[in-house]
Design a protein around this ligand. Sequence first.
Ligand code: SER
Length: 884
Amino acid sequence: MMQSGEIRQKFLDFFKSKGHIIVPSAPIVIKNDPTLLFTNAGMNQFKEFFLGHSAPSAARIADTQKCLRVSGKHNDLEEVGVDTYHHTMFEMLGNWSFGNVVGEVQPYFKEEAIGWSWELLTKVYGITEQDLYVTVFGGDTPEGLPKDDESEGYWKKWISSDRIISGSKKDNFWEMGETGPCGPCTEIHVDCRTPAEKRKIPGIELVNKDHPQVIEIWNNVFIQYNRKANGSLETLPARHVDTGMGFERLVRILQKKQSNYDTDIFTTLIHETELLANCKYSFSDSKKDVAFRVIADHIRAVAFPIADGQLPSNTGAGYVIRRILRRAVRYYYSYLDLKEPLLYKLLPTLAKQFDGVFPEIAGQQEFISKVIQEEETGFLRTLEKGLRRVNEFFTSASAKKINGEEAFELYDTYGFPLDLTMLIATENNFEVDAEAFQQEMQKQKNRSRAASVVDSNDWVTIDHRTGSEFTGYTEHQAEAHLLKYRRTKSQGRSLYQLVLDKTPFYAESGGQVGDTGALTFGDEMIEVINTKRENNEIVHFTEKLPGKPEAVVTAKIDEGKRKSIARHHSATHLLHAALRQILGSHVQQKGSLVNNDYLRFDFSHFAKVSNEELKKMELIVNQMIRANIPVISEEMDKEAALKKGAMALFGEKYADKVRVVTMDPAFSIELCGGTHVNRTGDLGFFKITGETAVGAGTRRIEAISGELAVRRVQEESGLLREVREKFKNSRDLQKAIDATLAENAELRKQLESAEAAQLQVLKEKLVAGKQMIGEVSLITGEVKVSSADSLKKLGFLLKNEVENYVVAVLANVSGKAAAVVMLDEPSMKLLNTDAPKLIKETIAPRIKGGGGGQKNLATAGGNDVSRFREIFDEVASRVQQTAK
Ligand code: SER
């Protein structure tokens, strides 16, 4: 049986033999495209090439791409685990041809793509024609799209006509999302049923009918159009090929399994889960077996994005990861009866499986595992709390129903998916009002959509040139032309986005914030409030449009701000190198923010960074500053840069040509597109201002540089001078502070013991003044104490001094009322009340306050000290009424 590793390699080798360059997978998390959170198809990383914004270095490319389909247009989450062939995270094998590349190796189109698909599947992998069907696009009248006769013609060379099916726009016109590159496609389906089943129903009747054994494995898309925001299709200047084959499905077919989960891609994970859960997977549709499959699928969907730098969180891509993880926890908690974290324990198996293909898992195994474990532990805690809450709903319900608001609270506060709530309800003979729940969900979705959705109009082109050149490494000002603009709307605010042919404005990326400044068209100046990158373009954000968009524009950044940003960026590199020197090479950058006010650097490390370590790092960075080393930025091939020892980040997509920033080759070499100072001396001074934890296995350092750092030190030493003066310029300030603190503690102790003696006296007095009403000893009175706490202590002293007691003692503590009320068991029974009730009924309203506590001892506080007498009388009369 061919192993999955060999199957993947054969695909790549085949396309290499057809002139393709093999490239690495792009990160699974998408950072620079507002239309997508995760890579959902192999072609995402090539989107700009299709749209003609830029051209790749080769006309033919192939790879295996990590994909995630859990949100947006392509979402398979609900199918996962329940069926046998959908996944959240999967690998997509793909080959591409870019029609706009000129060079020795020519682009290709339908004929070659179809011929090679056939050759690979039947000759290399040995699938027989009898098991194959293909679909081609049948055309679409409303869109004005013709039938794809061309593809059909090419297929007829290889496969008999009765195996070719004409398909609708839904199945045979592929689109990446609501907007973007698209085109007709031809799909290849495989029938893996038994011969007997095949005789009963012809496979052709089951294609695209959700049959678990007749499945699509490969899609060849012929990208010819761009879907625009207004819904129309625009013909692209060149024609491209984009193919995607589901790796897990291919392996299943070649390994002759009934389910993707029975292939060697998943069996190791399932086996490991069996050992951890101490129960067997039995290949069925039972909830327990679905749980095994969900876990094997979801651990991949959670681990890969974390490896690429996306931590679980409450919004956006991070929330998607959190949801998937919780879904897995819910499955093992409910159906494998596991109450402890499990997923993180699968990391070693996963890392081993992908070593060599996706080394980012093994490379960060400990970190990923820590993050997952913490998430699991957190959710298991809320899961239990949520279960308690469900029980409260059960006891308080009048009808046997959990209403929509309750189900939504479980979902929203405790992270319970509706089906979990329904399962628990059924077990208790309850129902769930699912419809009302969906309404609540919709309300929330509307709320969050209103907050997050950015409506973008289509671009208005002024100048047909494409791309935008960044001149800001060396220049702060440029004479440029406006290429295009569009209007966007977010949370009711209109903004404009402008793209120039060249610009000194740095677009936010790699943690460095976007530049601000001004665009001057003739004599009209427009403020740039931010600059961001979208795909390959630098987009300037403004609040208005120029009156004369065709005029020459002077683009000028805010220089002072940029200089401070550059200082903080260079300081970040120095800090990063110092961190690895002092803490070790396990330190990986996990996040970074560089702006004009400060720098923030998140990194993987498993303990608090000690003051000593921080000091050492600060010293190293300042030494490097004083050495006044030149900061050298150069462009080079990625391979050469990595060989040189440049630090690259997991989850970052690097082009073939990269920019390398070096500050002493023996100290810091990083791949970086940011802007920097010329020499380290330009930083002047560096100061760490904080060190905190930001989640499992991740620490954060904040620091400042330049004049800001000097000012901070001035402020702090000024403060220190004031403190010194307060301590009479004592020579050893530390000692003087310690002595004062010790003295303070000693005085407090003395005060407490003096008060304790005083409380004894008060107690004696109160006991002596007790009033016998029937069987009850009533102790009331106003005392002088220094705090509500002392009053409570007095209460404790009064406890059990007499039998059958009711105590109500009040004090005026610096103008505020304080009360302590106590009853013992017999008096509680006799009076049919308890301390909190007595407070609520007789004291709280009179002191204009409230309180509570235990049944036998409660306290209260309030603002009115004028009605104590009334309170004592009222308590006495309550006792009188019942105690006689
Ligand atoms: N883009 C197509 C798909 O995702 C082919 O790669 O199916």
